[in-house]
Design a protein around this ligand. Structure first.
Ligand code: ATP
Ligand code: MG
Length: 631
């Protein structure tokens, strides 16, 4: 077996040979004629001439070998349901959904917008779309009308699939009124709306437009809908980025490249095997949900757990109880979820039999060392941080333990993943930083590997200008994240390029300050932002959440804790990096995907309008900061 370094090297120097081999991990109706067409950079066409189908690879392909094995395991602690669908049953449900969508007029290339809670029908709808060559666009169920309307206008779906309600903390959250309002706001009107009635909230149906899944499903119990074989380059879906830094971009993904990239990642990165169970705690509204709740595990012949509910209900042991019950071997979550668990009883981490579990993967935001340490020790399992973006669809940086076992370095998402020619570039000159421990913008030399975005939906120009033109005189993909690489090739992500602040002429990464502060034993999480200052240009402001809020009883105890934090930062980074203030809050403003909205915090601190907050989870979080600032 070759080393990982060789493996990675070959993926770049013998690109076609390497990916041609990976392509054999999936089924093709017609095998690709050309592996990569990069004649029109930065647009890469993967597996040209190949004809395949994503749903076939995720579902039908397994019918011959594992028809009765679990495929989709639905667990809701909101409605106390647990339903296991075998591959055979999943195949039947997907065909029913596909038949209904076709009846509603959906054809190859049409968009279907999916605005749904974490219920099996959402998975059926996604798979039904790719089965018939329709392009799905899943919008996170937590979004309100405004965000939904702008995505409907951009995607122009023929049909919207939704439900009466989601549920959060045991309380129904009606979706239909939000959808109706979004459809009213949107200039574009879809022909039909397909609704799953969970019996949780009353729905006003619009005659001629709204249809109920239950009734239409009954009519199609035995309808056969064959897979529509499509070109490898046919779009499978569009998905909007989280919008942490501004207006969300419609990321467009192909079919063949995505299928191969996921199959390869299941083998080399996640090391999950057919017949085992994969548990990703994400949501289908995010890219992790697309790649590693739905497509990746199913393509690999694994059962996948779809979990509706909180990580803390009925208690903080719920996820680990599922690992025990379903013998989960690979688990995927986010640092934000681990920080939530950090506030719970650590004994819950050892209460269940986790012997099946090989590793916990975390992605989505920086994983600070104390949090990684806490969960790794608590579970006694390897923690693998992996770094990627909605745009890429699968990891850019990770450990590839399926190729060669490597040790995790806490605070690092690992090395460049095969297929990615990752570089660190000087943000001013665009020059490549080849030495160890130099800080630069994380960039990827084209072509991006299979599975990455093809373009911005209907906006090639935005794709080129946004992602490929940030370095003067060079066509290179920018992640807009800072990073360094150590002498062993491990990368460390230092935050987003727009998170850099300038304090009296010193350029500081807010992320580094956060890392230092989060080492304080009583701090659960912290956000640092740059705020305009007359004297220094900018100063850092820190907002911290305590592990135990009762530590602060009065002004004096808050000041004492603040002084401790100052000392920490002085020691780690020097007094220049010391925040102007450290304020204590009970919760930080975040997007629904758990990413901190530093942009909004900074705006509030400067007395500016925080802008579009439709993606924010808890409005009270920003209010706390407003109150502290104005007090
Ligand atoms: P938008 O692009 O609309 O502002 P977003 O960047 O938050 O939104 P995503 O694609 O969901 O949307 O997130 C990708 C970003 O998340 C990365 O660019 C990086 O900043 C951060 N990220 C993801 N995984 C990690 C990780 N393991 N370590 C550090 N940062 C990470
Ligand atoms: Mg981004």
């Amino acid at each position: 077996m070759s080393t990982y370094a060789d493996f990675h090297q070959r993926s770049l120097t013998d690109r076609d040979g390497f990916w041609g081999e990976q392509a054999q991990l999936v089924d093709w109706k017609v095998p690709p004629q050309q592996i990569c067409d990069y004649s029109n950079p930065p647009f890469a066409k993967w597996f040209v001439g190949g004809i395949t189908n994503l749903c076939h690879n995720a579902v039908d392909r397994h019918l011959a070998t594992r028809p009765d094995q679990a495929a989709l395991i639905f667990v809701s602690t909101e409605t106390n349901q647990e339903i296991v669908y075998s591959f055979r049953e999943l195949h039947a449900e997907v065909q029913r959904m596909a038949a209904v969508l076709k009846d509603l007029g959906v054809q190859k290339g049409d968009r279907v917008l999916i605005y749904m809670p974490m219920i099996p029908e959402a998975a059926f709808a996604m798979l039904a779309c790719t089965r018939i060559g329709a392009i799905h666009s899943v919008v996170f169920g937590g979004f309100a009308s405004g965000s939904l309307a702008s995505r409907i206008e951009d995607a122009e779906p023929k049909v919207v699939v939704s439900a009466d309600a989601g549920s959060r903390g045991g309380k129904p959250v009606p979706y239909k009124p939000l959808l109706d309002e979004a459809l009213r706001l949107s200039k574009y009107k879809p022909e039909a709306v397909l609704l799953v009635d969970r019996g949780m909230a009353a729905m006003d149906l619009v005659a001629g437009r709204d249809h109920l899944w239950g009734a239409l499903r009954e009519k199609n119990l035995n309808t056969v809908v064959e897979c529509e074989w499509v070109d490898a380059t046919h779009p499978s879906y569009t998905l909007y980025t989280s919008g942490t830094t501004g207006k969300p971009k419609g990321v467009q993904r192909d079919t063949g490249g995505y299928c191969v990239a996921l199959a390869a990642s299941m083998k080399h990165i996640y090391a999950g095997n057919a017949g085992e169970t994969y548990f990703s705690t994400s949501d289908i509204g995010w890219v992790v949900g697309h790649s590693y709740i739905i497509y990746g595990p199913l393509i690999a012949g694994m059962a996948t757990i779809m979990y509706e509910g909180l990580p803390t209900r009925p208690d903080g042991g719920i996820w680990w109880s599922l690992v025990e019950k379903y013998k989960v071997t690979v688990m995927f979550s986010a640092p934000t979820a681990v920080r939530v668990l950090k506030k719970q009883d650590p004994a819950l981490l050892t209460k269940y039999d986790l012997s099946s579990l090989r590793a916990l993967f975390l992605a989505g935001e920086p994983l600070d060392e104390p949090t990684a340490q806490w969960i790794s020790t608590g579970l006694g399992k390897p923690i693998i941080d992996n770094y990627w973006q909605t745009e890429t669809g699968w990891p850019i940086l990770s450990l590839c333990n399926g190729v060669e076992k490597a040790v995790s370095k806490f605070g690092s998402p690992g090395k460049a993943v095969y297929g990615y020619d990752v570089k660190l570039l000087d943000d001013q000159t665009g020059e490549e930083l080849k030495g160890a421990n130099q800080k630069g913008v994380v960039a990827v030399e084209g072509p991006l590997p299979p599975g990455c975005m093809q373009t911005v939906w209907r906006d090639d120009e935005r794709f080129v200008n946004t992602y490929w033109k940030s370095v003067p005189g060079r066509l290179v993909y920018s992640t807009f994240d800072w990073g360094i690489r150590d002498a062993d090739g491990y990368y460390f992500i230092l935050g987003r390029t727009d998170d850099v602040i300038n304090v009296a002429g010193h350029r500081l990464g807010t992320r580094e300050i956060e890392e230092s502060i989060s080492a304080h034993p009583n701090i659960a999480e912290v956000a640092v932002v740059g705020v305009a200052d007359q004297l220094k240009g900018q100063v850092a402001m820190a907002f911290a959440v305590l592990k135990n809020a009762s530590l602060i009883t009065d002004e004096a105890s808050a000041l004492a804790l603040e002084a401790e934090v100052f000392k920490l930062v002085d020691r780690d980074l020097g007094a220049v990096a010391r925040p102007a203030r450290v304020r204590f809050v009970t919760v930080l403003p975040k997007t629904r995907s758990g990413k901190c909205l530093r942009r909004a915090i900074a705006a509030v601190c400067e007395g500016r309008d925080p802008g579009d907050l439709t993606t924010m989870d808890d409005p009270a979080a920003l209010q706390q900061i407003k109150d502290l600032i104005s007090a």
